[in-house]
Design a protein around this ligand. Structure first.
Ligand SMILES: Nc1ncnc2c1ncn2[C@@H]1O[C@H](COP(=O)(O)OP(=O)(O)OP(=O)(O)O)[C@@H](O)[C@H]1O
Ligand SMILES: [Mn+2]
Length: 527
């Protein structure tokens, strides 16, 4: 063979091998399971672990208008997505695809007890302390009990704003806990932590005799409005799953049942965090025969039946899950439930519903804009109500809260109209929280790592859980211990809370490492 021929053959051979290798690598990245094991192993062994980045690259090439955009703009805006924004995908996509330990926790329950320290978080706290000792004195803070620190934070802020218009000129005494709760609603919190009313209300919704039951119209799943003998009311959600049962991996969050214990746990987490934005919610075991069936109207009562296992069941009527295949069953007629104290009626305290700019897509085929592009925050920041005042920080708080509970379902949130834009976000409807303790869904934190922003007081509370002496899991366990449904959360969920605290702090570390100003990232409220 001539030399020239040999060279040509060698080149063709090399080119074929390269093309084959690239082909195999691409298949591996798209779906490793399509490859024979030996190829899969050889690729993963040389550090080609799939991180999802190339899928993002493909997405990026697609027109931006392919993604759901109805909620792209903040309230009032009608901006369409197509053609706007810059491609800043890499940073947060890398972050989102950072190993979040899902497999790790799944494989070894013994490894659940995660390290309580993290070198990046340690570096962050060290850096902050050096940056401003007055604001970030972690050495001094370390031995202080969490609740004591929470009080000092509150003193620092020290304001509750106005009350609802309807109560501003009210004189006279209110005897029931639910009336006192309504009167206590203020511009900057739903209730005051120093007021014993909330504990009275929790006791009452858990034990006052039930005198009326009504199905709540609207919504996707069955909910009842319960009226008590003192004329107070609560939103009832029934137990659908035992505490241990996790959301199935192939289920979308929007096709998951709501969890009664999640509603109770979310209330307590909100209170521990010093947010005071979730209506007081307690667990209660109801006697379905006496407390529901007896008081039900004809439409509801005819959905009651005895199951083959001799338990009393009912399904009510609603747009999903209201048939005998999705019945709510007692044991034999005792049923666990959550009771969320009712807010004042619209006539007394009208509420405004806001679309969450970081709302998810409710389609199994489409992604939301922010899941693909990183520039949503640039737009949100410039538009009302997020361009002034507290609302952007409140949105960050909402997502910090939802990340901790694992709630993907925050499509909207509400505020009281009386208070205008300078008020807190109500965190209603936490039923889809605490579905997966193994998974820390980083995408819920997207607003935080895309805006690189967190409220100073929220950051400090998380840092305080991290440095101790009180771990969030321990505080949550203690808080929920008075509830009739204790243990409201199983240990795995409690441990997940501690783990998630660390993950939020790590995101803040990355923001600062990436060169963002500390004072921009950890932002104080400007009063
Ligand atoms: N404690 C409460 N007091 C008064 N109204 C409430 C309370 N909690 C929730 N609501 C109202 O009831 C509506 C439905 O509640 P929730 O969101 O829990 O039900 P849902 O079936 O999950 O609704 P959807 O399926 O639309 O998410 C809420 O949007 C809110 O306006
Ligand atoms: Mn809901």
């Amino acid at each position: 063979m001539k030399l020239k021929q040999r060279v040509v053959i060698t080149c063709v051979g090399l080119a074929t091998l390269t093309i084959f290798y690239l082909l195999v690598e691409t298949v591996y990245k798209i779906n490793p399971n399509r490859l024979p094991t030996f190829l899969k192993n050889s690729l993963s062994n040389v550090g080609h672990e799939y991180d999802g980045s190339h899928i993002s690259a493909i997405r990026k090439r697609l027109n931006k208008s392919n993604y759901t955009s109805d909620d792209f703009s903040p309230e009032g805006g009608g901006d369409k997505v197509s053609g706007v924004g810059k491609d800043t995908l890499h940073s947060s996509d890398d972050r989102r695809s950072r190993k979040d330990g899902v497999e790790h926790w799944a494989m070894s329950p013994l490894l659940l007890r995660i390290n309580n320290t993290d070198s990046e978080v340690d570096l962050l706290l060290h850096k902050l302390q050096n940056y401003d000792r007055r604001k970030f004195d972690f050495t001094k803070l370390k031995p202080i009990p969490y609740y004591e620190y929470l009080k000092t934070l509150r003193k620092r802020i020290k304001r509750k704003g106005t009350s609802l218009d309807a109560f501003r000129t009210f004189i006279g005494s209110l005897t029931t806990s639910w009336e006192r709760f309504h009167k206590g609603i203020h511009q900057y919190h739903l209730y005051s932590p120093d007021d014993s009313t909330v504990d009275d209300l929790l006791r009452d919704v858990a034990q006052e005799p039930i005198v009326d039951v009504e199905q709540k119209e609207g919504g996707t799943q069955l909910k009842l409005i319960i009226t008590f003998s003192d004329e107070g009311q609560a939103l009832f959600k029934p137990m659908r799953y035992p505490r241990e049962q996790e959301t199935l991996p192939n289920h979308f969050y929007f096709s998951d049942y709501e969890r009664h214990n999640a509603e109770v746990a979310a209330f307590h987490l909100d209170r521990v965090l010093g947010f005071y934005r979730v209506p007081p919610t307690a667990g209660r075991v109801v006697n379905m025969t006496r407390d529901i069936k007896r008081l039900a109207d004809h439409k509801l009562s005819k959905t009651f039946f005895i199951s083959p296992a001799n338990n009393l069941c009912f399904h009510g009527s609603c747009s999903y899950y209201c048939d005998s295949g999705h019945a709510i069953c007692g044991s034999p007629d005792l049923l666990e439930s959550s009771m969320a104290a009712f807010l004042p009626p619209e006539k007394i305290a009208a509420r405004k519903t806001w679309r969450n700019p970081w709302k998810r897509s409710y389609s199994k085929h489409r992604k939301a804009y922010w899941e693909v592009y990183d520039d949503l925050c640039d737009k949100v920041k410039t538009k009302s109500p997020y361009n002034t005042g507290r609302r952007l920080l409140d949105l960050m708080d909402t997502h910090v809260f939802d990340f901790m509970t694992g709630n993907l379902d925050r499509h909207h949130y509400e505020t009281f109209k009386d208070f205008g834009n300078d008020t807190f976000h109500l965190h209603l409807d936490n039923g889809r929280s605490f579905g997966k303790w193994r998974l820390d869904d980083m995408s819920i934190l997207a607003p935080v790592f895309q805006c690189c922003k967190i409220r100073y007081s929220t950051f400090m509370k998380l840092a305080k859980f991290y440095i101790g002496p009180d771990k969030l899991s321990a505080l949550m366990k203690a808080e929920t211990s008075r509830d009739k449904l204790f243990p409201v959360l199983i240990q795995n969920h409690l441990i997940a809370l501690d783990r998630r605290v660390i993950k939020i702090l790590k995101e803040i570390y990355i923001c600062i490492q990436n060169g963002n100003d500390i004072s921009d990232v950890i932002e104080d409220d400007h009063f």
